[in-house]
Design a protein around this ligand. Structure first.
Ligand code: CA
Length: 223
């Protein structure tokens, strides 16, 4: 869990109680450092304080959401309905109103992880595609696919968010670990290789559907 919170007292007490309950916790006390840590992709969940010294928490959510689907729980002192609706619209998964207790926060964490599937199995299934992340193997209708590492990673990432349009920028951040750059062309080339291996074409897509200027999604063609 990544905790982005500038108040030392809150940061230490929350980190301590989460750690005592078996969570691995890292913390950052500024927004930019928090964004960098969040988009590096090693956290299952982010707890974000809205009032940070360098950038507004809303901007932090936007920057994280531009490249990552990591679940975010916002800790807010502003409990106005309007503000909470806006935060959820920006991509926050849940919120908690300050001051909050550690046990209340943990209940929210468990609920969000359950909902977002972060605790789900490492086997992903979309239609006839079965992706075993532990074994690093993907099968289509039972046939083992011969995928290069990045093709596998991209397929697994798309399969973890079936039916959802994912931007190339997000793929560059999550698969190539390039949150701040990289060429869309890289994704295009790998997508075309992946397509060929799945036995489909851009003109007649089955699993992989792209939309120009928006991104790509993986769907069950029978659904
Ligand atoms: Ca604060």
């Amino acid at each position: 869990i990544l905790l982005i919170e500038d108040d030392l007292r809150i940061r230490e007490s929350i980190a301590r109680s989460l750690a005592a309950n078996g969570y691995a916790v890292e913390s950052r006390h500024e927004g930019m450092a928090g964004v960098q840590a969040a988009v590096a992709g090693e956290f299952d969940l982010v707890i974000l304080d809205l009032g940070l010294p360098d950038i507004d928490g809303r901007e932090v959510i936007k920057m994280i959401r531009a490249v990552s689907q990591v679940p975010v729980i916002v800790a807010t002192a502003r409990d106005e309905q309007e503000e909470i609706v806006r935060l959820l619209d920006l991509g926050a998964d849940d919120y908690i109103v300050k001051p909050y207790s550690a046990s209340h926060l943990e209940a929210r964490i468990r609920a969000v992880l359950r909902r977002t599937g972060a605790e789900a199995s490492t086997i992903l299934t979309v239609g006839g595609l079965v992706i075993d992340q532990d074994a690093h193997e993907a099968r289509l209708d039972g046939e083992l696919l011969d995928l290069a590492a990045k093709e596998f990673d991209m397929l697994a990432y798309l399969a973890a968010h079936p039916g959802k349009m994912v931007s190339k920028r997000e793929i560059l951040a999550q698969v190539w670990r390039l949150p701040y750059g990289g060429a869309d062309k890289t994704v295009d080339v790998h997508l075309s290789w992946l397509r060929r291996k799945l036995g489909e074409t851009a003109a007649e897509p089955r699993y992989i559907h792209t939309r120009r200027g928006v991104g790509v999604k993986l769907v069950d063609p029978e659904a």
